[in-house]
Design a protein around this ligand. Structure first.
Ligand code: NCD
Length: 296
């Protein structure tokens, strides 16, 4: 049984196969390769893109999709998460896609080996399908990403998008640097190798090929880090003034806080790939479902 908890679970061959399938699926729709299979989505945190993307990916491959909303489920009556999970697995879904605020939940549930578990975002630790769609978007643009440099900008310490992307992109030969206010920069243990860290965009912008802007995840900070969004945006919002006409790719996992993370103007710029990322996310998730449920 194959699970996807972190991109480290994927071999280089699997990553290549997933990317090749995603590119193929983007060109033309595949037949219903996973007809008669059932996907269950279980999201303990809010989601717009990831959940819809998984559900549409499953449907495009012929799967039936069932969503369980934890806020109206028996977890509200005191059932433990493991009991909920075991009961759902007793109904024989072919995979459970789960998002949770705690880093270890998807791996703990996958260890029961009852159904393939796919991590749709866990704590600040891993969001493997987001990392794969970021990788696809960068490769689509650059071809070879080896030796290219990406600056991840913003609230890095709370971000599973940043930690997952850093693990995958450095593995693929990219240089990753972190930019943000001191309070948002992670401790060295955040990723296996320490990434260069900067507090100002001006210092690095000349030397990067891509910028990944992140939302300030205020809901995850116990104490307020800065007075208001404006004071943050003054230093870290990605603007045309900062990017100028440089050939720099702009990424953001969404949800974008307009004019705080990226300006309205730059969101309309061809170099900004936010919606391409969302599109690629669908094809990457289709390819991942095929890889885990059909090829393995
Ligand atoms: C993010 C998440 O939930 O990890 N979004 C996503 O999945 N594309 C990031 C966020 O909420 O800011």
């Amino acid at each position: 049984m194959k699970h996807l908890i972190d991109t480290n679970d994927l071999s280089n061959k699997q990553i290549d196969d997933i990317l090749a399938d995603a590119i193929k699926f983007k060109k033309s729709s595949p037949p219903p390769l996973l007809a008669n299979k059932v996907m269950l989505t279980l999201f303990f945190e809010d989601s717009t893109r990831t959940r819809s993307s998984f559900e549409i990916a499953g449907k495009k491959l012929g799967m039936s999709v069932v969503h369980l909303n934890p806020s109206t489920s028996s977890t509200k009556k005191g059932e433990t998460l493991q009991d909920t999970f075991e009961n759902l697995c007793a109904m024989d879904p072919n995979t459970i896609v789960i998002r949770h605020s705690q880093n270890d939940i998807p791996s703990q549930l996958s260890a029961l080996d009852l159904t393939p578990v796919i991590n749709a975002g866990a704590g600040n630790y891993a969001h493997p399908t987001q990392a794969m769609l970021d990788y696809m978007t960068l490769k689509e643009h650059f071809g070879d990403i080896k030796g290219k440099t990406i600056a991840i900008v913003g609230d890095i310490v709370t971000s599973r998008v940043a930690s997952s992307a850093t693990r995958l992109l450095t593995r693929m030969g990219m240089n990753v640097i972190f930019v943000g206010p001191k309070e948002f920069l992670p401790p060295l243990s955040f990723t296996s190798d320490a990434m260069p860290q900067y507090e100002s965009l001006d210092k690095i912008i000349e030397n990067v090929d891509a910028v990944m802007s992140l939302r300030v995840q205020l809901e995850r900070h116990e104490t307020p880090v800065f007075k208001d969004y404006e004071s943050y945006a003054k230093k870290y919002c990605i603007t045309k003034d900062i990017i100028k006409d440089r050939d720099i790719l702009i990424l953001h996992p969404g949800p974008v806080m307009r004019n705080i993370d990226i300006t309205d103007e730059l969101l309309l710029d061809d170099r900004c790939k936010v919606l391409t990322q969302v599109k690629n996310g669908l094809y990457v998730r289709m390819a991942i479902l095929k890889n885990l449920l059909l090829d393995s």
